[in-house]
Design a protein around this ligand. Structure first.
Ligand code: SDX
Length: 428
C-alpha cells in the first residue's frame, strides 16, 4: 500500500491527511482527524464518496463491471463453485479443501432445524402477511431462543451464530411460504444439499416424496451465489451499523432484512417482475421507457441502474444465462421473457440510459427466473435475504474482529432553528 497525503486549506489554515491505497481500487483519504483539526465535518449524504470501513471480502469495479469475492471473479464462482463453497470462502477467506467443505456442509446441515416453539411464532401472523415482514420478525426472535450464541466477544459463539443464521434462513423462508399458502411445514432433511433441502421444504408436501430437478437446484444454487455479498450496500451497511453498537447477530441480520426490503434495494426484483408483467407485451415498452425518462414521473425501470455499476452488472450476465437454462428445463414460453429481453435491448440503445450509464442489475432477470421456478413475487426478496445472510454475517464478523472497530455515529449539517426560548401556550 503506497501512502501519500492530501492537503486541505480551510479558514486560512492548511491541514493534511494520509492517503491510503488498498490492494486494488480507489485510494482513500483518512479524514478521521478532520473534525478535530478543522472543526468542520465532511458532508456526504448517501455516502457517494465515503469508504465506511476496510474490508477484504468483496471488491467491485463499477466501471469495468468486475465483482470479486476474496479475489475470485463472480463469473467463475457462479460457473464452477457452489453456494456452500462460496459461503465457506466468504467466512474463512480461502476456498476449502474437499474435507473442509464436507465438514462445513455437515455443520450447516446440522443447524437447519428451528426451535420447535418458533413454528408457533408464525401462527401470530395473518396468512397474507408479506413474507419479508415474517422474516424480520422471526429472525429477530432467534435471539430469544439461541442465547448460547449471542456473546459477540466470543469468536466461537460468533461462528455458531453465523452457522445458525446461514443454516436456518432456508427453513425460515420455506416456512414463511408454506404459512402463506396454508400448507404444513416440512422439516429439513440432512441427506439433501443446502439448496435441494430448501426447494423440498418450499415445494414439497408431507403426502408424497418431492423430486428435486437437478437443473432447478443448480439454477437456484447459482442465484444464491450471485446474491451472497456485495461490498458495503445499504443492507450490509445496516448490519455493520447495528453490529457496531454490540447488538447480537440475530438482531443485526433482522435489521439488514428490513433494509433489504426497500424497492430501491432488494425489493427491486419483486418490483421488476411486476413492472414486466404490467408492460405485458413488447409493443408497450416505448411507453414505459418514456415514463422512466420523464422527470415529472416517479416511475423508474426497476432492475436498472446501480450506485456502483456504471457498466453491466456481472451478475445480470450470469442471471440472463440462468434464465435461458431454466426456461429450457421447464419448457416455459412466457411473454414476460420476451418483454425483458427487448426492454433491455431498447434501454441499452437509448441515449438517456447510455448517458446515465443505466444497465440491468442483478434484480432485472432474477424475478423472471424465480417466477418460472414457482415462487410468488412476494418471496423474491426473501430469497435475496436468504442468500445475502452469508455476506451479512461475514461482514459482521469482519467488523467485530477489527481491533479499531468503533460504534458508528455519523454527524450532520444542522439547518434547524437556532436556540430560542419556550413560549407558554397562552402567549402563542
Ligand atoms: C440492488 O448497492 C448494492 O450493491 C445493491 C445491490 C446488492 O447486491 O446489494 O446490488 C442490489 O439493490 C440493485 C439495485 C436494485 N434497484 C433497482 O433496480 C431500482 C431502480 N434503480 C434505481 O432506483 C437506482 O438506479 C439505484 C437506487 C439502484 C441507484 O441509485 P443512485 O446511485 O442513487 O442513482 P440516482 O438515483 O441518483 O440516479 C442517477 C440518475 C438519476 O437521474 P438525474 O436525477 O441525475 O437526472 O439516473 C436516473 C435517476 O433519475 N435513474 C433512473 C434509474 N435509476 C437511476 N432512471 C430510470 N430508471 C432507473 N432505474
Amino acid at each position: 500500500m503506497s501512502d501519500t497525503t492530501a492537503k486541505l486549506t480551510l479558514g486560512g489554515a492548511d491541514t493534511s491527511y494520509a492517503v491510503r491505497s488498498g490492494s486494488i481500487g480507489p485510494d482513500v483519504i483518512d479524514i478521521r482527524k478532520l473534525y478535530a483539526s478543522t472543526g468542520a465535518f465532511t458532508f456526504d449524504p448517501g455516502f457517494m464518496s465515503t469508504a465506511a470501513c476496510e474490508s477484504g471480502l468483496t471488491y467491485i469495479d463499477g466501471d469495468e463491471g468486475v465483482l470479486l469475492h476474496r479475489g475470485y471473479p463472480i463469473g467463475q464462482l457462479a460457473e464452477q463453485s457452489s453456494f456452500m463453497e462460496v459461503s465457506y470462502l466468504l467466512l474463512n477467506g480461502e476456498l476449502p479443501s474437499k474435507d473442509e467443505l464436507a465438514a462445513f456442509s455437515r455443520t450447516i446441515t446440522r443447524h437447519t432445524m428451528l426451535h420447535e416453539q418458533l413454528a408457533t411464532f408464525y401462527r401470530g401472523f395473518r396468512r397474507d402477511a408479506h413474507p419479508m415482514a415474517i422474516m424480520c420478525g422471526v429472525v429477530g426472535a432467534l435471539s430469544a431462543f439461541y442465547h448460547d450464541s449471542t456473546d459477540i466477544a466470543d469468536p466461537h459463539q460468533r461462528m455458531v451464530a453465523s452457522h445458525r443464521l446461514i443454516a436456518k434462513m432456508p427453513t425460515i423462508a420455506a416456512m414463511a411460504y408454506k404459512y402463506s399458502i396454508g400448507q404444513p411445514f416440512l422439516y429439513p432433511r440432512n441427506d439433501l444439499s443446502y439448496t435441494a433441502n430448501f426447494l423440498r421444504m418450499t415445494f414439497g408436501v408431507p403426502a408424497e416424496e418431492y423430486y428435486v430437478d437437478p437443473a432447478i437446484e443448480r439454477a437456484m444454487d447459482r442465484i444464491f451465489i450471485l446474491h451472497a455479498d456485495h461490498e458495503q450496500n445499504a443492507s450490509t451497511s445496516t448490519v455493520r451499523l447495528a453490529g457496531s453498537s454490540g447488538a447480537n447477530p440475530f438482531a443485526c441480520i433482522a435489521a439488514g432484512i428490513a433494509c433489504l426490503w426497500g424497492p430501491a434495494h432488494g425489493g427491486a426484483n419483486e418490483a421488476a417482475l411486476n413492472m414486466l408483467r404490467e408492460i405485458g407485451r413488447p409493443e408497450r415498452i416505448p411507453e414505459f421507457i418514456a415514463r422512466a425518462k420523464d422527470k415529472n414521473d416517479p416511475f423508474r425501470l426497476m432492475g436498472f441502474g446501480h450506485r456502483v455499476y456504471k457498466n453491466y452488472d456481472p451478475r445480470a450476465t450470469v442471471m440472463q444465462q440462468t434464465l435461458r437454462e431454466v426456461f429450457e428445463a421447464l419448457k416455459i414460453n412466457d411473454p414476460v421473457f420476451d418483454v425483458a429481453i427487448q426492454l433491455e435491448e431498447m434501454a441499452l440503445n437509448d441515449p438517456y440510459f447510455i448517458e446515465k450509464k443505466l444497465f440491468p442489475n442483478v434484480d432485472f432477470y432474477s424475478g423472471v427466473i424465480l417466477s418460472a421456478i414457482g415462487f410468488p413475487t412476494e418471496m423474491f426478496t426473501v430469497l435475496f435475504a436468504l442468500a445475502r445472510t452469508v455476506g451479512w454475517v461475514a461482514q459482521w464478523n469482519e467488523m467485530i474482529s477489527d481491533p479499531e472497530q468503533k460504534i458508528g455515529r455519523p454527524r450532520q449539517l444542522y439547518t434547524g432553528p437556532v436556540q430560542r426560548d419556550y413560549v407558554p401556550v397562552d402567549k402563542r
